[in-house]
Design a protein around this ligand. Structure first.
Ligand SMILES: C[S@@+](CC[C@H](N)C(=O)[O-])C[C@H]1O[C@@H](n2cnc3c(N)ncnc32)[C@H](O)[C@@H]1O
Length: 267
């Protein structure tokens, strides 16, 4: 399918830099640490890498243009998209992630942009995200905005972490949770409420083993997937002790990740 003309303000800032950059500022209140940790992300994101590959199993061989990826990071999922579509716009809220992504995959057009607020141009034929959605502060509003960004009949393919992820740790330290965890049913309800009709969905659990509970937390921290909290050192130590006591096995301490992949059609 032919994409819209390159002359109009259809995509993110590329074609009308000033207007779109002004009308769609990236929020400065992002709570996570992805921008600060961008240079370390690839080395500390084995689960996100594995999940990006799993999500890509549902990609069609050819993707209608234009396609938009949100929260693209350094491009772990983007690399699965670039060879399949003529026009791919890859975006992320973190300027440092974008810099790395652009260097890794110059075939895509890269822009700093807030996933909660893409342009309401009804232009995109596909919208993608991997390991992003659980971070969105208001997913219903974001899915509605994605709806407005896409053409009627467009498709959304996304995968994200759901309730049960890192449960060994959050069970003993619930106050460390960076956002509200939802299960698959709750997520598909939010999608439907925003005008998206799920056509398939599937969930997978993966487990990582660490020699120490602290090395598990360090990995998450190094990937930037944390929100700084005022958790005292004593409280954290006691939570990690409980975690270790409750879960240590021959292979070390496990950490479970639950990932949902969903394909949905825009009404
Ligand atoms: C866990 S990383 C996933 C990156 C990449 N998609 C992957 O699979 O490796 C989450 C990404 O979402 C971005 N992000 C988080 N909140 C965002 C928002 N509101 N708008 C745009 N990007 C956001 C972060 O900067 C980070 O690059």
């Amino acid at each position: 399918m032919a994409g819209p003309s390159n002359d109009g303000p259809v995509f993110f800032p590329c074609h009308a830099p000033t207007a779109l950059a002004q009308s769609r500022p990236v929020t400065s209140t992002l709570s996570h640490q992805f921008d600060r940790r961008a240079a370390h992300y690839d080395a500390h994101a084995p689960v996100q890498r594995e999940m990006a590959a799993w999500l890509a199993e549902w990609l069609p061989p050819k993707i209608d243009s234009p396609a938009l990826e949100l929260g693209a990071g350094t491009g772990l999922f983007t690399r699965q998209l670039v060879g399949r579509t003529e026009k791919l716009v890859a975006t992320d809220a973190s300027p440092r992630m974008i810099e790395i992504g652009k260097a890794n995959l110059p075939q895509a057009e890269w822009f700093v942009a807030d996933a909660s607020n893409p342009p309401a141009n009804q232009a995109y034929r596909w919208i993608f995200s991997s390991s992003l959605v659980q971070w969105l502060p208001d997913p219903l509003a974001a899915f509605r905005a994605w709806h407005q960004s896409c053409a009627p009949g467009a498709r959304m393919l996304g995968g994200w972490f759901v309730r049960g992820t890192m449960r060994e740790f959050f069970d003993v330290c619930p106050e460390a949770a960076p956002f509200v965890w939802r299960d698959a049913r709750e997520w598909t309800d939010v999608l439907r409420a925003a005008g998206w009709h799920p056509v398939r969905e599937e969930q997978v659990e993966v487990r990582r083993f660490h020699t120490e509970t602290s090395s598990m937390l360090r990995e998450v921290h190094n990937a930037g997937a944390v929100v700084p909290r005022r958790l005292s050192a004593a409280r954290l130590r006691s939570a990690l002790r409980d975690y270790d006591r409750g879960h240590r096995a021959d292979r070390g301490v496990p950490s479970t990740f639950v990932f949902l992949r969903v394909e949905a059609v825009r009404s």
